[in-house]
Design a binder for this molecule. Structure first.
Ligand code: ZN
Ligand code: ZN
Length: 129
């Protein structure tokens, strides 16, 4: 009778962290400012609790800026006022920080004034105000 039983070990190793186990901080490239930002575990948990499947596309600052822009645009539309919008962007050509008077579509390159004019020399008589 040479039965080698190790029957007295623990049944299984329960991880006390439970469901948080697979979460780890992620770096995401912000679509607005093209900088990496950290999607923290806390925020991931928040997203999961909210049932959101897609990770955020913007860093906190850009998300806030976008929300403020959208709120301002919505408020202006509701009031029937035509409001000049000014959106802070980074030029897709020279990376200069600039503003444009429209809300750029996602994934569309946006250029600063000088790059834009260089690429569109016909438009050089744009009125400056
Ligand atoms: Zn950003
Ligand atoms: Zn530029």
């Amino acid at each position: 009778m040479s039965a080698n039983h190790f029957g007295s070990t623990n049944e299984s190793f329960q991880n006390t962290n439970g469901t948080e186990l697979e979460l780890e901080e992620k770096n995401i490239l912000c679509i607005d400012c093209n900088k990496d930002f950290v999607w923290s575990i806390g925020e991931q948990t928040f997203y999961r609790d909210k049932g959101l499947k897609n990770p955020p596309k913007r860093c906190k600052e850009c998300k806030q800026a976008k929300n403020e822009r959208l709120a301002a645009i919505a408020a202006a539309q509701a009031a029937g006022v035509k409001q000049r919008i000014e959106v802070a962007v980074f030029c897709a050509r020279c990376s200069a920080h600039t503003t444009v008077p429209f809300y750029p579509s996602q994934g569309r390159p946006v250029y600063c004034r000088s790059c834009f004019l260089e690429m569109n020399p016909n438009l050089i008589q744009i009125n400056d105000n």
